[in-house]
Design a protein around this ligand. Structure first.
Ligand code: ADP
Ligand code: MG
Length: 841
């Protein structure tokens, strides 16, 4: 916090009032009451339609008394007086803060404006509450931050949280930095106004541009992930930097002893990566550029399917659009069935064709054999004929051979002889005329069979030709359709892969959105009061007021007044126990004082809340895993009051400092208490309670003005591998979120209010930034968000309990609390919508 500001204060013409002085200056206060405040756009007031009716201070909660513990006095405090949450963007609007004007002069001027605007500034929304104090943060260009309040046309800044000295805001500062209104409840118009105020302030500043961007990122209003690029052919393309977890391929560098990101040229020689690139290259041979493929593979977490799908998507002209309707899905299915039928047909025809081929080959073989036989026989026949003609001397073969008769000694002797036998040539002795006749008959038979065979072959060949002529075109057609079907199948497969990837991405996004921040609503039991709440289902809650009408909110779960501590715990059990698996888990209770935050988180001894039950469950989980794991549980308890952290497990008044490194937060000197069983837990809680009440007495504060943070570190060691998992469970009972009116805003109370406003605004901004995945999550804006950083960002799981009272008397506060919870939930849905519209634009 800034120091040496007294010199700045001297520049202001009016006497610098201090916080202590403020309430003790009845004159000033009276003047304030008379002046109609032109600034102050309370988000609360806007959302609820509060009437501008400043109340008296008679119902103010006595200091040092916990209104919650005493039957929720604060909860019953008239709404008009419990205005703490001022969020007047206009207060920081340059129009209202001309640097030349002193705050006092402005007050007079505003008074003059009354008749024209019925006490409101022209920019003031109809439902604005006029006695709201506006809390602001001033970012000085030196890097220092100051908490400011704007009240009845005057602006003060807090010199130091400890000193509680409110100083008049030096007019010189309007040129030296940026004023941003603290907003607990975020809505679009408010963000816009905050942005405008930032721009106005920055306009007057010599460092306008830097101040503006600084303010935007701190306020979390603008989306720094959004942008565009000018494509040479596609024109203006909207872009968005999404948050994704990524695999990063590193190599170990011996020189520096550290892991270094692998250059793309090296990675192409890595076996596993090489095969992935090959896979993509094979699927998309037209791509060609291996470095390019690897770059996209890196961006796709080394998933070749996704890489291919993205590439193909970019070539979408050649690709069908993904099926979106049931009709298209059905058509795809029918296509696949048709394909299967066609494939089956092709298979059958191919079998038939094969059979035909075999038959033809067999026939050809037969024919060949017959032909060979025939030509052999022909040769033989020719030989015989030759022999025969040689033997018969040209006699016809049909004549009876003489030699045969002679040999048998039958018949007349040959003519020309006188009883003396005529010697016959030797050959005539060997030729048997019967054999010749047989042979002749055989030859004739063979000729016939040859002719028959020839005819058969010709007939078969004709048939074959005919068959081939018939099935040829069919086969051709089948082959063609097979080819096109294969293309179709590939296309359908690519589409399916793409669809599956998209579904997976969406599912992951949904899980991230659903899983990381859950919002539960718990309604306090109150039998005496008339309830303004209805519960249509276990996720919906309706707030009803005759004047305001109905307002419905949806949460991950709504616990009605009859819900028990067991039921509430059961729904958070799985999240809580995941800290034994190394997750950081955070549970927060938000709501007005007396709405049941402490009851939910801590609970009474005989009916404990989440904390004791959580630790009991964790002991059980650790015990179940004791065969393989050993656990160490260490607990710490701190209180955050006026932006200072107090260790509650030590009796010495010890203020702690936070050291952040990346996503880790270290609190040097924090007392850590090892716990082994429930008795240890009770000892720790008792000690914490005692120290808290001592501290609050010393500071004259109440427990509802501070945040109580219980931190449980769970370290598990795998008995086999030695691997260590570290998870933390953080249970946070937040300070009361109710507004305070300016009549209550005195001295210490005003500083407390500013501190609560600052930290709850910061919490809201962190939720917004986390839900919309902004690059900059403004954890550093308060001690509360800083301490919660490891349990809110990254892989951490957070549950926000919004605690409300059913009493219709508290309608305004309840609606405001429900709105805070709904905002934490709705940002996610809004973001999803926003992305879609960005895609179109
Ligand atoms: P907070 O912490 O929000 O100020 P408390 O938890 O102290 O509120 O609750 C105020 C009072 O209401 C306490 O007396 C508490 O016992 C009681 N109370 C709160 N919630 C319930 C509940 N669900 N059932 C019964 N009593 C409750
Ligand atoms: Mg409490």
């Amino acid at each position: 916090m800034g120091s040496g500001s007294s010199s700045e204060a001297k520049e202001v013409q009016s006497a610098p009032p201090t916080a202590r002085q403020t309430p003790k200056q009845p004159k000033r206060n009276r003047q304030f009451e008379e002046v109609q405040i032109a600034a102050g756009t309370s988000s609360r007031a806007r959302s609820q339609g509060a009437s501008p009716n400043p109340g008296s201070s008679s119902n103010r909660t006595p200091r040092g008394q916990d209104p919650g513990a005493s039957g929720s006095t604060a909860e019953r405090r008239p709404k008009e007086q419990t205005s703490q949450r001022g969020a007047a963007a206009n207060a920081s609007n340059g129009k209202k803060d001309p640097p030349e004007q002193t705050p006092a002069l402005e007050g007079v001027k505003l008074k003059d404006k009354k008749p024209q605007s019925q006490g409101r500034s022209a920019n003031m929304p109809a439902q604005q509450k006029e006695d709201d104090i506006v809390f602001e943060t001033f970012y000085h260009r030196s890097g220092k931050e100051f908490q400011c309040i704007y009240q009845t046309g005057m602006r003060f800044y807090l010199d130091d949280w400890g000193s509680k000295e409110w100083q008049p805001f030096p007019k010189r500062w309007y040129n030296e930095g940026l004023l941003v209104t603290n907003t607990i409840l975020k809505d679009d118009s408010q963000q816009e106004q905050a942005g405008q105020s930032g721009e106005q302030g920055a306009g007057a500043s010599s460092q306008g541009q830097s101040s503006k961007s600084q303010g935007r990122s701190r306020g979390g209003g603008a989306d720094d992930r959004e942008g565009f690029l000018m494509h040479p052919t596609r024109g203006r393309i909207p872009t968005y930097i999404f948050y994704k977890k990524h695999n990063v391929h590193m190599y170990f560098d011996k020189d520096t002893g550290s892991w270094v990101r692998m250059p793309i040229g090296w990675e192409l020689h890595h076996n596993m990566v090489k095969s992935l690139v090959d896979q993509v290259e094979e699927a998309v041979p037209t791509w060609g550029d291996r470095q390019d493929i690897l770059s996209l593979l890196r961006a796709c977490n080394y998933d070749p399917d996704e890489c291919i799908s993205i590439y193909l998507h970019l070539q979408k002209d050649q690709w069908m659009k993904a099926p979106k309707t049931a009709k298209e899905g059905k058509a795809m299915e029918e296509g696949e069935n048709r394909m299967a039928d066609l494939e089956e047909k092709v298979r059958k025809m191919e079998i038939e064709l094969q059979k035909e081929r075999t038959t033809r080959q067999e026939m050809e073989r037969n024919l060949e054999e017959q032909m060979t036989k025939y030509s052999e026989l022909e040769v033989e026949a020719k030989e015989w004929e030759a022999q025969l003609s040689a033997a018969t001397g040209g006699r016809p073969m049909s004549a009876r051979p003489i030699s045969r008769m002679h040999k048998a000694g039958k018949g007349p002797p040959p003519k020309g002889g006188k009883g003396k036998p005529v010697p016959m040539p030797q050959v005539e002795e060997t030729v048997n005329p019967d054999d010749v006749l047989d042979l002749d008959a055989n030859a004739k038979e063979l000729r016939k069979s040859h002719t028959r065979l020839k005819m058969d072959v010709e007939r078969y060949m004709g048939d074959l030709k005919h068959i081939m002529g018939q099935i040829g075109p069919t086969i051709k057609q089948l082959k063609l359709s097979e080819k096109s079907s294969q293309g179709e199948i590939e296309e359908v497969r690519a589409l399916y892969r793409k669809e599956a990837i998209q579904r997976k991405l969406l599912y992951n996004q949904l899980q991230e959105l659903r899983g990381n921040i859950r919002v539960f609503c718990r309604v306090r039991k109150d039998d005496r009061a008339e309830s303004c709440l209805k519960f249509p289902s276990d996720t919906d809650i309706v707030a009803i007021n005759p004047q305001q009408g109905k307002k419905m909110f949806t949460f991950d779960r709504v616990f009605d007044p009859n819900s028990t501590q067991e039921q509430v715990f059961d729904d958070t059990k799985s999240i809580i126990t995941s800290c034994a698996d190394g997750y950081n888990v955070c549970l927060l209770a938000y709501g007005q004082t007396g709405s049941g935050k402490t009851f939910t988180m801590m609970g009474p001894e005989n009916n404990p809340g989440i904390n004791i039950r959580a630790m009991k469950e964790l002991f059980k989980v650790c015990d179940e895993k004791k065969e393989t794991m050993s656990f160490n549980l260490v607990v710490s308890l701190v209180e955050i009051y006026n932006e200072t952290i107090q260790d509650l497990l030590t009796s010495e008044a010890k203020t702690l400092e936070l050291r952040t490194a990346g996503n880790k937060v270290n609190i040097p000197g924090l007392t850590e208490y090892p716990i082994k069983n429930l008795k240890d837990v009770q000892t720790v809680m008792g000690l914490g309670d005692k120290n808290r009440s001592v501290a609050s007495t010393k500071m004259n504060s109440t427990s509802s003005r501070s945040h109580l943070v219980l931190m449980l570190a769970v370290e598990g060691k795998d008995k086999v591998t030695g691997a260590i998992t570290r998870g933390t469970l953080v249970l946070c009972d937040l300070a009361g979120s109710e507004r305070i009116s300016k009549t209550e805003a005195e001295g210490q109370r005003l500083v407390e209010a500013a501190a609560i406003n600052k930290s709850l605004s910061a919490l809201g901004q962190v939720f917004t930034a986390l839900r919309s995945s902004q690059l900059h999550v403004p954890y550093r804006n308060s001690k509360l968000t800083q301490i919660l950083q490891p349990s809110l960002g990254g892989d951490a799981k957070a549950c926000l309990f919004v605690n409300v009272s059913p009493d219709s008397y508290n309608f305004m506060e309840s609606v405001s609390t429900l709105q805070f919870g709904a905002n934490a939930r709705q940002v996610a849905l809004g973001q999803a919508k926003q992305n879609i519209s960005k895609g179109k634009g």
